[in-house]
Design a protein around this ligand. Structure first.
Ligand code: B1M
Length: 212
């Protein structure tokens, strides 16, 4: 039987290689060994995806390799999401979430949605490539306490500004929170977003605090 470090390393390597079947088997083994879901996620799946990103930047990997890795990531997350989103309490509020227009990345956004659900928020997920007007309409329709916007590209993070401005122009009184790899607290300030979070766990903490 592989020890914990070895097993997490194998998950990471299988994810990098885009071997979804191996990720499936290894994550199941890690769960059976009692390794916490947060460690499987952080030290196995996300650690692997970070390497995929580095290889992509170095032009060692191209889109097909990134896509198979993303598919393996989704297989892995599906196995642990029940543990990450445990014990929802009574609704702490409604959050409308989506990936900004022009952006198709959804793994991080899905993790944020999952963790918020687990923390007791009602989450309305609008998906990827969400036009600003759709965020505004959903915020009104769902009477959202917060609108959460994700972006993974420097070319699409600018579209977050339009969402925030249109929400304000429409008289939306709830909070706005932004995040995603290229997004910073400084950028949030610049575009008038109320809140920023670096990762899914921080999004939960920040929103709990802002909406209490
Ligand atoms: Co793309 N991609 N990609 N990609 N991709 C990146 C983002 C990139 C950094 C890779 C690189 O160059 N190293 C780069 C962006 C460069 C930049 O703009 N700075 C890039 C590029 C260039 C592109 C394309 C343009 C490539 C091309 O076509 N030439 C293209 C764009 C398509 C589009 O969106 N229009 C593209 C396409 C793709 C795939 C479709 C192949 C695939 C996405 C599959 C999917 O999501 N279903 C993909 C992937 C997988 C990646 C990398 C490798 C991994 C992203 C990921 O899922 N990470 C990525 C490199 C990298 O980040 N290492 C890359 C794991 C995930 C858990 O982390 O999403 O960062 P992340 O989420 C984190 C935090 O950011 C935060 O919490 C999460 C963790 O807790 N967070 C929030 C996210 N949203 C939040 C919202 C919040 C708060 C926190 O509040 C609301």
């Amino acid at each position: 039987m592989a020890d914990k470090k070895e097993l997490l390393e194998k998950i990471k390597d299988s994810l990098i290689a885009g071997k979804a079947k191996d990720v499936d088997a290894l994550v199941k083994e890690a769960k059976a060994q009692g390794i916490p879901a947060e460690e499987i996620l952080g030290d196995g799946l996300i650690a692997g995806m970070d390497v995929v990103g580095q290889k992509f930047r170095a032009e060692e990997f191209y889109i097909p390799e990134v896509l198979v890795a993303a598919r393996a990531m989704k297989v892995g997350i599906a196995l642990i999401e029940g543990d990450l989103a445990k014990k929802p309490e009574l609704s702490k509020g409604t959050i409308v979430i989506g990936t900004v227009a022009g952006d198709l990345h959804d793994i991080g956004k899905n993790l944020v949605a999952l963790m918020l659900t687990g923390a007791g928020f009602k989450v309305e997920d609008l998906g990827i490539d969400v036009p600003s007007d759709k965020f505004v309409a959903a915020a009104k329709e769902k009477n959202a306490d917060a609108v959460a916007i994700s972006a993974l590209l420097t070319t699409t993070m600018v579209n977050m500004k339009e969402v925030v401005s249109k929400l304000k122009a429409a008289g939306y009184k709830g909070k706005t929170i932004i995040g995603g790899a290229p997004v910073t607290a400084q950028f949030a300030k610049e575009i008038g977003a109320d809140l920023y979070a670096e990762d899914a766990a921080e999004a939960v903490v920040v929103l709990k605090e802002a909406l209490k």
